[in-house]
Ligand binder design. Structure first.
Ligand code: IPM
Ligand code: MG
Length: 369
């Protein structure tokens, strides 16, 4: 089986103008605000490049629990399966904490990833030159950093058997060789298309599933990617290297839990979680695009959320699901132009003057032309 970086739609012949149906899952907290910003930008892309995009909102997370008691209604799953791409805002918030584990908002997100078979989560960490000062790390450490994290998304401890019995809790970490192979292939393809360097992160000195990762990845790389500069790093050491020498990494592939933790850490390289998009892809069907950030309930509804992660996620949808590379690059350039013009939302303003979600979005759209 060939696993490509696209979700299959890329095999379509690009014809202009194109029609695409996009399902939006705004979710909770700042999710609706940043999703609306991404939809505005995609609508502007449609007008500028003469594509017809249709959008349809569906429930997920806490919003879905409030409406019908379940974080992932079957109608939502069915609608996503019919879509060309899915845009998600964020899920979760203190309002739904403390409920039993099956009705947590996060189960909606894990459920849709699993239902759509989105095993490959791409999280690019790039530092715009103007935002070097927004990082808590020293400029010489973050300048020029360009890492692509490839996180396994539908297996591992996140989906292992779990339970609590007689005051003891457990959750099983497990991986099959096939699950490791397919994610390493996605990362290998990406590394080949980028800087030619691939780093696999595990905890093989302690964990049995990590030893499987190490063996399977090494064999696969030797046979299918002998041209890559391949390296393995233990996850604890990686946590250190991400803040001491992040510039040494190109593509990093790792398991579900390690990828979750390391990408939050890596977000600080770029200054704010509010800047980071992600794409979750499978080997058929629509991809799902979301900011790496969470629902930020403390600022929800205040109109100050940074919309750029959601907008950059929409750019990834244009690239990976709709095969519109030129349009994706135009959105990324418009985001860079908005930042270069000096505009900052509070999360990247380093205490200086800032604008709200609406003004930042309007500026990106203006920069699109
Ligand atoms: C992420 C988030 C999710 C995860 C949560 C909200 C379930 O932290 O996408 O990184 O742990 O995968
Ligand atoms: Mg996370």
């Amino acid at each position: 089986m060939t696993v490509s970086l696209s979700d299959g739609a890329a095999n379509r012949v690009a014809c202009h103008p194109m029609y695409a149906h996009i399902v939006t899952l705004p979710g909770d907290g700042i999710g609706p605000e940043v999703t609306a910003a991404a939809v505005e930008v995609l609508s502007a892309v449609g007008r500028r490049f003469e594509h017809e995009f249709t959008f349809q909102d569906h429930l997920i997370g806490g919003a879905a629990i409030d409406a019908g008691g379940h974080p992932l209604p079957p109608e939502t799953v069915a609608a996503c399966r019919q879509a060309d791409a899915v845009l998600l805002g964020a899920v979760g918030g203190p309002r739904w904490d403390g409920g039993d584990s099956e009705v947590r908002p996060e189960q909606g997100l894990l459920g849709i990833r699993r239902e759509l078979g989105l095993f490959a989560n791409l999280r690019p960490i790039r530092v715009l030159p103007e935002l070097v000062g927004a990082s808590p790390l020293r400029p010489e450490i973050v300048e020029g950093v360009d890492i692509l994290f490839v996180r396994e998304l539908t297996s591992g401890i996140y989906f292992g058997e779990a339970g609590t019995k007689d005051g003891t809790s457990y959750q099983v970490m497990q991986y099959t060789a096939q699950e490791v192979e397919r994610i390493v292939r996605v990362a290998g393809d990406a590394a080949r298309a980028r800087g030619g360097k691939l780093t696999m992160v595990d905890k093989a000195n302690v964990l049995e599933p990590s030893r499987l990762w190490r063996k399977v990845a090494a064999e696969l790389v030797a046979v299918e990617y002998p041209d890559l500069d391949y390296d393995v790093v233990l996850v604890d050491a990686m946590a250190m290297y991400l803040v001491s020498r992040p510039g040494d990494f190109d593509v990093v592939v790792t398991s579900n839990l390690f990828g979750d933790i390391l990408t939050d850490e890596a977000s600080m390289i770029s200054g704010s979680l509010g800047m980071l998009p992600s794409a979750s892809l499978g080997s058929g069907g629509p991809g799902l695009y979301e900011p790496v950030h969470g629902s930020a309930p403390d600022i929800a509804g205040a109109g100050v959320a940074n919309p750029l992660a959601a907008i950059l996620a929409a750019a990834m949808a244009l690239r990976h699901s709709l095969d519109l590379e030129g349009e994706a690059a135009a959105v990324e350039a418009a985001v860079a132009a908005a930042i270069a013009s000096g505009l900052r939302t509070p999360d990247i303003a380093a205490g200086g003057a800032s604008v709200g979600t609406g003004e930042m979005t309007a500026t990106v759209i203006e920069a699109l032309g």
